[in-house]
Design a protein around this ligand. Structure first.
Ligand SMILES: *Cc1c(COP(=O)(O)O)cnc(C)c1O
Length: 395
């Protein structure tokens, strides 16, 4: 196994783990231990001094967690990775590692609601500023980057309007300045998009979503260059402390094995539902990567995404009340935030995930009161379609 690179599907099952080092256990063991014993006082001294490899205390590293981190680094084609207790623990550890008072962060035109929240917090408490940019051309990026910009932070597809950001374009602009590009890759998972292969530097996941895939864990992942990962591990992870539990890491290792087959089904179901929704008279606008009126987006998708993904946003003709009425009539589809689970989930961004974003900013992001986001699950697509159909008939 060693040193040979296998295909994605194989690495998702095997990478980072050698059963021979664990009594032959086929499945990675769960090291549910807070601390690790040293053979001698001197060994403890060497471990703390960094002169000897080995585990010390689970906030500083844990063998089960390490397998997950190594596997995620392989899947994202990065050098190293760190696992966190949530996607937001990962986002905040990265942003606080890359900035200090007086710095500026340039963000894509939309970001996850709580990422918006941490940006506000950094601004209010530490005078770390941020701006949003459509990032559609090099000229625009050059205009929007400031002398004090220390990182670019993007989501693509942008939640929830599915607008795409050209990763190579952004990476190119950032290279000229020598600043890192951070990509929240939650919506794609490494199966559909690997930002590092397009020149970006750091990848973040809410592993709660597709990485886990079963709706039973909250977790985050950061992948990036070894020196950056080491720095975060020894500072904003270790000292702020948002570390993952070994059991959650173990569940994520289990979830990862089926990531490719799950993603294929999510994508296949989504494609079929897009066909149905696009032609429905009660649907006003439909957002789906590669299916947009923006020709550029379709080109970007071809360049950086394997498939469009499993998330569809659409607005219902009518008002906020019409959208809520539609949701209330759904029987199979569950009303819940989160995404990437086996169950199909629907949510109302304006009053749920993006309720913290001020109305004016929300409208700029294209989040109208009639917009809904569907996370297509793994059920038979006909059953999902029939549920949407019957609820649409009732409004
Ligand atoms: C859910 C989500 C997050 C936050 O992750 P948690 O695991 O809930 O902390 C960040 N970014 C995106 C795009 C998300 O969907």
């Amino acid at each position: 196994m060693d040193n040979k690179n296998f295909r994605f599907e194989t690495e998702a099952i095997h990478s980072g783990y050698r059963s021979g080092e664990h009594q032959g256990s086929l499945v990675p063991p769960l090291y549910q231990s807070s601390t690790f014993t040293f053979a001698s006082a001197e060994q403890g001294e060497r471990r703390f001094a960094g002169q000897e490899e080995g585990f010390i205390y689970s906030r500083l590293g844990n063998p089960t967690v390490k397998i997950l981190e190594d596997r995620m680094a392989t899947l994202e084609q990065g050098e190293a990775a760190l696992a966190f207790s949530s996607g937001m623990a990962a986002v905040s550890a990265v942003l606080t590692a890359l900035t200090k008072t007086g710095d500026h962060i340039l963000c894509s035109q939309g970001v996850y609601g709580c990422t918006f929240g941490i940006l506000q917090l950094l601004k209010g408490k530490y005078n770390i500023e941020h701006d949003f940019s459509a990032m559609t051309s090099l000229e625009m990026l050059e205009k929007d980057l400031r002398p004090n910009t220390t990182c670019i932070y993007i989501e693509t597809p942008i939640n929830p309007t599915m607008k795409l950001v050209d990763l190579e374009l952004v990476a190119h602009a950032a290279k000229q300045r020598g600043i890192p590009v951070v990509v929240d890759n939650t919506f794609c998972s490494p199966y559909l998009q690997t930002p590092i292969t397009h020149g970006c530097d750091i990848v973040i996941h809410s592993a709660t979503k597709y990485i886990c895939g079963h709706g039973d864990v909250i977790a985050g992942i950061v992948v990036g260059p070894s020196d950056f990962i080491r720095r975060v591990s020894k500072t904003t992870q270790k000292d702020i402390g948002g570390i993952i539990s070994p059991f959650d890491a173990w569940l994520l290792l289990r979830g990862l094995k089926t990531l490719p087959v799950r993603m294929d089904r999510h994508c296949e179901n989504a494609n079929k539902l897009v066909e149905f929704l696009r032609n429905h008279p009660k649907i006003e606008i439909l957002y789906f990567p590669g299916n947009s009126d923006h020709i550029e987006d379709n080109e970007i998708m071809q360049k950086q995404m394997k498939k469009p993904g499993g998330l569809i946003s659409f607005s219902i003709k009518g008002t906020k009340q019409t959208a809520q009425l539609f949701m209330n009539h759904l029987k199979l589809i569950k009303i819940a935030v989160s995404l990437g689970d086996a169950e199909t989930l629907i949510q109302h961004p304006a009053t749920m995930t993006h309720a913290v974003v001020p109305e004016e900013d929300r409208r700029k992001m294209g989040i109208e009161d009639t917009l809904l986001r569907l996370s297509v699950g793994l059920e038979a697509w006909e059953d999902i379609k029939e549920d949407l159909e019957q609820a649409l008939e009732k409004i």
